[in-house]
Design a protein around this ligand. Structure first.
Ligand SMILES: [Cu+2]
Length: 124
């Protein structure tokens, strides 16, 4: 008994050609650059003591202390971080409202601790 095998030919369409031109439309979007602001504490001041930020623009605060343990607290934005001698604490803020806001030291650091504060102004 003989069986005739039949070769089946599949004619493939050349759809691959379109891919090359599509790839050139891939847009490379640069991630928004996050601004870094160093804030240091020393009994009984913050440096800088006041700064201006733009609403909606993220910033990273790099906190440190040059003498004793302190705290950075910005209650209006529910944000805080420790300020530790010889160490950097990073906290991020994306200001979502404009105005002038006070930050303060929230770790008791001495006689003028209660007066230790600074100001952040957020503009449009
Ligand atoms: Cu303090």
């Amino acid at each position: 008994m003989k069986t005739n095998a039949r070769g089946v030919r599949v004619a493939a369409a050349a759809a691959v050609l379109a891919l090359g031109s599509m790839l050139s439309y891939v847009a490379v979007q640069a991630a928004p650059r996050t601004k870094v602001i160093k804030i240091s504490a020393k009994r009984f001041d913050f440096t800088p003591g006041s700064l201006t930020l733009k609403k909606g623009e993220p910033v990273v605060f790099e906190l440190t202390s040059s003498d004793v343990l302190m705290g950075f607290n910005l209650p209006d934005f529910n944000l805080r971080g420790d300020m530790i001698p010889g160490k950097v604490t990073r906290i991020t803020l994306v200001p979502d409202k404009t105005g002038t806001f006070t930050f303060l030291c929230d770790v008791f650091c001495g006689s003028k601790h209660e007066e230790m504060n600074g100001r952040i102004t957020v503009v449009d």
